[in-house]
Design a protein around this ligand. Structure first.
Ligand code: ZN
Length: 507
């Protein structure tokens, strides 16, 4: 059978899908801007219509026919066409089987639950949110019955974010991280409490000094220049929740937030989102207008953002590089701070209750506990009234802390109220992937030297050639293996944390 014509038609069909997907993204971007509020219901309707249209294209009978006709000949296809088929099939299988009523009920519930969460969070009232959470879990469990998965239902949800990950691999990975990191955190906090006079025992006060937004903005724009971001292709904005947003490889928008009593938050949000953006800018132009231009996976994207935020941004070489810029832009507000104090301040660690405020060392444990809870309640259900108790026990086990109220505990994240079960894992995978990539990078280039000299065009170019150019042509795990020669392993992440924080705190 000659499949060339079918393949061409399939590619055109996917181009249309991608165009709808971009329009949806642009409508979303628009909604994040300062725009007339009164038009909101009409904009929501437009978004609804466009999203439904996209869903219809992804799950249509026509799509089914393309998949049926091309799957038998997939071995003859190029890697590019194989990837188009693989990703289309996955999207089809993750959507087409869900009964329409169930899908609509879940979508409606999410909107209500997010409102309920907002109220519950403000009032520190878990009981108010509990019935919604219960329903979200029940419907998610129902949805997994209509999704493809191996071994256990929770894998179906994980695969919505990370196509080739399973609880089997995560249990192993997270088990090793816990075994190494929990004792290290304990050692560090014991040392901090045993010697309160040591300056590493407290969060340095200069980090909370008042710094006006304008000064922070000036610094963040300089950081974009230092990272060699091309202004004609990428622009920095300000929003309440920082994000990065890709229209195509020549149009990337990212944002940061300015807290006048926490200037470091703007620095590291900028670096994080810049990392997402550099990945997007480095994806080959040929993948524009295809469904493969969005990066390998959520976890792989996080590996790149966290690489710029933590590995580069919180590394001694980078802090040295930007020290003068920080002092020029912020010095009059933060007062005299030495390079060493700055480096230690940016790397201050302490067990804490809130995930988004957690430091580089403790952050992954916040993810692991959420993973363990989600996995249990999606696979086996749960008495939702007991969830805060389970949460608080885990905080005690992992961090040695007591949770004083649910606002500082189970109510802190918006994700569950948005029905996003399985998504947290991406953040932890990002850390694991980037440490493994770092180990490889150091073998191939003089990484620390390039960072010290601020030669970011070279670092970005290297990443483009060795890492970014694959985008979604292969799965995240396949890419890690192709690039580093090893299956994804937490070994390098554990080594990286142990080395960095032992040196800072335990010497
Ligand atoms: Zn991110």
């Amino acid at each position: 059978m000659d499949y060339t014509q079918t393949l061409n038609e399939f590619c055109d069909y996917l181009k249309k899908i991608e165009a709808y997907s971009k329009v949806n993204s642009l409508l979303f971007w628009d909604s994040m801007q300062k725009i007339p509020k009164a038009g909101s219901p009409y904009r929501a309707n437009t978004r609804g219509v466009m999203a439904a249209e996209l869903f219809q294209l992804q799950t249509s009978g026509q799509m089914r026919r393309y998949l049926d006709q091309l799957t038998p000949v997939q071995d003859k296809l190029s890697d590019f066409h194989k990837a188009l088929l693989r990703v289309s099939r996955l999207t089809y299988e993750q959507n087409a089987g869900i009964p329409k009523e169930l899908f609509q009920e879940f979508e409606g519930l999410k909107a209500e639950a997010m409102d309920a969460w907002d109220t519950a969070y403000k009032n520190n009232d878990y009981d108010y949110f509990e019935p919604y959470l219960k329903k979200l879990i029940t419907l998610s469990r129902e949805i997994t019955k209509h999704l493809p998965f191996n071994h256990e239902p929770y894998n179906a949800l994980l695969n919505l974010y990370e196509e080739d990950i399973s609880t089997e691999a995560l249990d192993k990975m997270f088990g090793e991280i816990k075994a190494a990191i929990i004792p290290l955190i304990k050692q560090i906090s014991d040392k901090q409490t045993s010697n309160p006079a040591n300056r590493l025992a407290h969060r340095p006060e200069f980090l909370s000094r008042y710094v006006p937004k304008a000064a922070q903005e000036k610094l963040c724009l300089r950081l974009c220049k230092i990272l060699a971001l091309d202004e004609s292709k990428a622009m920095l904005y300000e929003t309440t929740h920082p994000f990065s947003f890709t229209i195509n490889t020549n149009d990337v928008r990212f944002s940061t937030r300015y807290d006048e009593h926490d200037f470091a938050s703007a620095i590291f949000s900028t670096l994080h989102e810049a990392g997402h953006s550099i990945y997007s800018l480095n994806i080959p132009e040929e993948l524009n207008e295809t469904i493969l231009g969005g990066g390998a996976s959520a976890g792989f994207h996080e590996s790149q953002s966290r690489f710029y935020e933590n590995v580069i941004g919180r590394g001694y070489e980078f802090v040295s590089l930007i020290y003068n810029d920080i002092m020029e832009c912020l010095g009059e507000y933060i007062g005299p701070v030495s390079l060493q104090e700055m480096y230690e301040g940016f790397n201050y660690v302490t067990p804490s209750l809130i995930r988004v405020e957690a430091d580089e060392l403790t952050y992954t444990l916040h993810i692991i506990m959420r993973y363990e809870m989600e996995r249990e309640f999606i696979n086996n259900g749960v008495d939702t009234a007991r969830l805060p108790i389970i949460w608080n026990e885990k905080i005690r086990d992992y961090f040695g802390l007591e949770v004083p109220n649910n606002k500082l505990g189970i109510l802190q994240d918006i994700q569950w109220s948005a029905g996003r079960f399985g998504g947290f894992v991406s953040y932890a995978l990002g850390n694991v992937y980037n440490a493994q990539l770092l180990n490889n990078i150091k073998k191939e280039i003089d990484f620390n030297g390039l960072v010290s000299r601020g030669e970011f065009h070279k670092i970005n170019e290297y990443l483009k050639e060795r890492v970014h150019k694959y985008s979604q042509l292969y799965t995240a795990a396949q890419q890690i293996k192709m690039i580093t020669g090893e299956e994804p392993t937490p070994k390098y992440f554990i080594d990286y944390l142990t080395e960095k924080f032992s040196k800072l705190y335990l010497n």
